[in-house]
Design a protein. Structure first.
Length: 461
């Protein structure tokens, strides 16, 4: 895949870039290693000062970078601005909290004595250069939620971004440079996916994080395993959205629309499988379909656009295959389901019912504004349908019954359970999944400690 900005609204190639050669990659790896030696000894106060400055710069040019993101991957510009604002918020959160999150931990006095020590503690130390392999769908947020904690922990970052968002990738390197970070603290490696394996095998790279597809995650995990290097993987998702009779059904249907089509439906944590108790199924389905039909699809640079184009022609073709397979296998298309005429890689908001386990759309992730609708007889069947997936990223549950909440939290196979609301990420809350959705956690204290050397310090009596 070429490294290029291709506007998904019209298919026009706006900019192309040459991949970095071996000499430039080597120069940047040397720089990362050298910078880490001094960066790791900087104070939390200095790290926070620089990160807060980066957040301020991002606020100042929010509109400009939002337009770049929209042009590169098609998200509505209003959502792109919100993404930039969220990144600045996360930067400030880690600038404020990193020192306390990484403070020394001291075991109970009795346990220290039992170990034969006069004193013992746990200290979090940085690992070194960390490779981040990041996707195009949230081209700023996915990177910042890695970079902010990594830099505050004393690590340095190497970014291999998706090849269709090169301008955003270069912007990120420049943002940290303009904020005053030492050269080498955060570098963009403008390379294709074929270069990842060799970079990850380099002994100067100490760990890796990847957000992306399952095949990409498998490849990075295999190489990292061979090199015995730490990884965090956030892969695909097919999140269930369960609605029970006690729920506010109209509100659940309203939020369901946003939960499905945010970022043009191209989100790992978007709700994708809507599992509704039979007692409220018809009412929910009617409201949900009405909401999906009412969405404005159009130019993502227009302020009132709610759904823009998919990021690539291949992405739309893949989505069409899943819908067509379901239709041929007996599914009912309640709205959408046909690509529109005209330029750009648009696909309409679509709702599909009468889905069976044999259909590809039941087993695979739908990365676009397509929702599948299921009828459940009771809570047990709702859980069975929800867990009948290779993925386990997050989940959504709508009920006013606390006993049902407890059951869902106990039984749903997912990294998150969001009750009476849609899944979202926040810097204070850990984020990640189970099963084929990956392992490890981003954000919160759990995320910042993923790329630390958790060091036991023991003092003899």
């Amino acid at each position: 895949m070429p490294i290029a900005t291709v506007n998904p609204a019209n298919g026009e190639t706006l900019k192309t870039y040459q991949a970095m050669g071996e000499e430039e990659i080597e120069r940047r790896l040397q720089l990362a290693e050298a910078t880490f030696r001094t960066w790791r000894t900087t104070s939390f106060e200095e790290r926070a000062r620089l990160l807060n400055r980066a957040a301020g710069l991002l606020d100042d040019i929010q509109q400009d970078i939002a337009k770049v993101m929209t042009t590169e991957m098609g998200k509505p510009v209003k959502q792109a601005r919100a993404e930039a604002a969220k990144c600045a918020k996360a930067m400030r959160w880690y600038a404020e909290h990193a020192e306390s999150l990484l403070a020394d931990e001291e075991p109970a006095e009795g346990d220290v004595k039992d170990s034969g020590a006069s004193r013992a503690l746990v200290r979090y130390r940085p690992l070194g250069p960390v490779l981040a392999v990041m996707p195009w769908n949230f081209p700023l947020w996915q990177v910042v939620r890695f970079a902010a904690p990594a830099l505050m922990a004393g690590n340095v970052g190497l970014l291999k971004h998706a090849s269709n968002v090169p301008q955003t990738a270069l912007f990120l390197e420049d943002l940290f440079h303009q904020a005053g970070y030492p050269e080498g603290c955060f570098q963009t490696l403008l390379v294709g996916s074929g270069a990842i394996d060799e970079i990850l095998r380099d002994e100067r790279v100490k760990a890796a994080t990847l957000t992306g597809s399952e095949p990409a995650g498998r490849a990075v995990a295999a190489t990292a395993g061979d090199m015995v290097k730490k990884t965090v993987l956030e892969l695909g998702g097919s999140d269930p959205y369960i609605v029970m009779p006690s729920a506010d059904v109209d509100r659940a249907a309203e939020i369901a629309v946003t939960a499905r089509v945010q970022n043009n439906g191209q989100s790992c944590i978007a709700a994708k499988r809507f599992i509704v108790h039979t007692d409220v199924y018809d009412r929910f389905a009617e409201r949900f379909v009405e909401g999906m039909k009412a969405l404005k699809v159009g130019d993502p640079l227009e302020e009132d656009t709610e759904v823009g184009p998919l990021s690539s022609e291949q992405g739309r073709a893949d989505l069409e295959e899943l819908v067509d397979d379901a239709r041929r296998s007996g599914a009912s298309v309640l709205c959408g389901g046909q690509r529109p005429e005209g330029p750009g890689w648009y696909y309409p908001p679509t709702v599909i019912a009468d889905v069976t386990r044999e259909m590809r759309i039941h087993r695979e992730e739908t990365f676009g504004p397509v929702a599948t609708l299921y009828r459940a007889a009771d809570l047990d069947e709702a859980v069975l349908i929800a867990n009948d997936s290779a993925f386990g990223l997050s989940s959504n549950v709508w009920t006013r019954d606390e006993a049902e909440v407890d059951r869902f939290v106990r039984d749903l196979e997912a990294g998150g359970v969001f009750v009476n609301g849609m899944t979202a990420s926040h810097p204070a809350l850990p984020f990640g999944g189970v099963k084929r959705s990956g392992y490890g956690r981003e954000l919160s204290g759990h995320g910042i400690r993923e790329f630390c050397n958790i060091t036991t310090v023991w003092h003899g009596a």
